[in-house]
Write a protein that binds this ligand. Structure first.
Ligand SMILES: NC(=O)c1ccc[n+]([C@@H]2O[C@H](COP(=O)([O-])OP(=O)(O)OC[C@H]3O[C@@H](n4cnc5c(N)ncnc54)[C@H](O)[C@@H]3O)[C@@H](O)[C@H]2O)c1
Length: 374
């Protein structure tokens, strides 16, 4: 097995998920390439050192710039807050490293576009962290679209709702600041849904969007209140280049919703419904088997639905969120080994940010916005 060096930035929710996935992917997927955990960066030496020990990294640093230029590092994984992605990815590419960056790629479309352009000029490879594409049910839905089983798809309806900021007492954080997060739920959650929309339906031609901030201010640690500068929920009507229509909805304040990333595709021969909160199922409608008995069928995921079999030989025993990250890292390793084309790379991630910018402009100017205007 060939080995390259991994440098990981960040040790929060995603930092830990990446570290676990890099450790597991070669064993679970039998990849020909492995990324050895060589250097871990966080804000302080204490947090970096503690996490490096817990997650098996050889060294730790409190200086991400030292990490991206370290000769032992071949691939840089970026799991810091959004506003740092662009600067870190740019520096890593300039140092000749492959880059695996969490979504959203950047806080502005201008930055995303320039990162995609930079990525296009180097022989180094990029991947953005849209892990839900790896869900076996989502992979099956994509296969059904590609095979023509559902006929011509004329409608994409979907949403991504959570309630992690529904409580007004949730403190102010980087997620509420325009300079640190960029958009609100659009970039955080909506970007995942747009990734599915682009993958399954092709390019988006125009959008008509609306945004709302429901909790207008949140408490700081000293008890004073600070304004929330980006949207809590957003809606958009989509027009795809194919002529198909779509409806998009996202919220971080939808009480009771924990990971409701869903889409339904309606085609001339059938429909398919995916819901990440029930990620081990796919609901399919394939016409009328018997009059009076038509309806959606629920397919339970099993080893015949990639990448399920890599994890478990028994059907219906279920995969989980971290397995999606492991499958994403396996794809990354195969891509770096030249065995697969990486998707979604920075060019796709920038296109997602472009649609987000179009939804924002449409909401601000209260009109349909063509994507080519952005
Ligand atoms: N793909 C997904 O499903 C998914 C899920 C959650 C978050 N995310 C994305 O992952 C990113 C991180 O989110 P999170 O929930 O892990 O956040 P988090 O707050 O849990 O972790 C962020 C980490 O970055 C570190 N950090 C901050 N500034 C740094 C610096 N200057 N140098 C080095 N490290 C620094 C923090 O100390 C922390 O360890 C965000 O961009 C978010 O959108 C993706």
């Amino acid at each position: 097995m060939r080995e390259i060096g991994l440098g990981l930035i960040g040790t929060g929710f995603m930092g830990r998920a990446h570290a676990l996935a890099f450790a597991a992917a070669p064993r679970i997927f039998g990849t020909t390439l492995r990324a050895a955990p060589r250097l871990l960066a966080d804000v302080t030496m204490a947090s970096a050192g503690h996490a490096a020990k817990a997650l098996g990294f050889a060294r730790a640093t409190d200086d991400w710039r030292a990490l991206v230029t370290d000769p032992a590092v071949d691939i840089v994984a970026i799991t810091s807050p959004n506003h740092l992605h662009a600067e870190m990815a740019r520096a890593a590419m300039a140092a000749g490293k492959h880059v695996y960056c969490e979504k959203p790629l950047a806080t502005t479309y201008a930055d995303s576009k320039s990162l995609a352009a930079l990525a296009g000029q180097t022989s180094r490879k990029t991947l953005a962290g849209f892990n839900y594409l790896r869900s076996p049910a989502a992979v099956l839905a994509k296969q059904m679209v590609a095979s023509g089983e559902l006929g011509e798809i004329h409608n994409f309806r979907g949403g991504f709702a959570e309630d992690y900021m529904a409580d007004p007492a949730v403190p102010h954080s980087w997620r509420c600041r325009r300079d640190l997060a960029g958009s609100g739920t659009l970039g955080d959650l909506g970007s995942h849904l747009l990734c599915f929309a682009l993958q399954l339906m092709g390019p988006i031609a125009a959008v008509s969007g609306a945004l709302q901030t429901i909790v207008k201010q949140r408490p700081l640690s000293d008890g004073t209140m600070a304004p929330v500068e980006n949207e809590d929920q957003a809606q958009a009507v989509l027009r795809f280049a194919s002529g198909a229509g779509g409806v998009f909805d996202t919220s971080r304040v939808a009480r009771g919703r924990k990971n409701q990333l869903w889409f339904e595709l309606n085609g001339s021969k059938g429909s398919v419904l995916f819901d990440q909160e029930r990620m081990n199922e796919l609901r399919v409608f394939r016409g009328h088997p018997r009059e009076g008995a038509e309806g959606f069928q629920t397919l339970l995921m099993g080893p015949q639905h990639p990448p399920y079999a890599a994890f478990c030989p028994a059907p219906g025993h279920s995969l989980g969120f971290n397995d999606l990250k492991t499958a994403e890292v396996a794809h990354l390793l195969r891509g770096l080994a030249g065995e697969e084309a990486l998707y979604p790379d920075f060019a796709v991630a920038a296109e997602i940010d472009r649609v987000i910018a179009a939804i924002e402009r449409s909401a601000a100017e209260q009109r349909w916005v063509e994507i080519r205007e952005i």
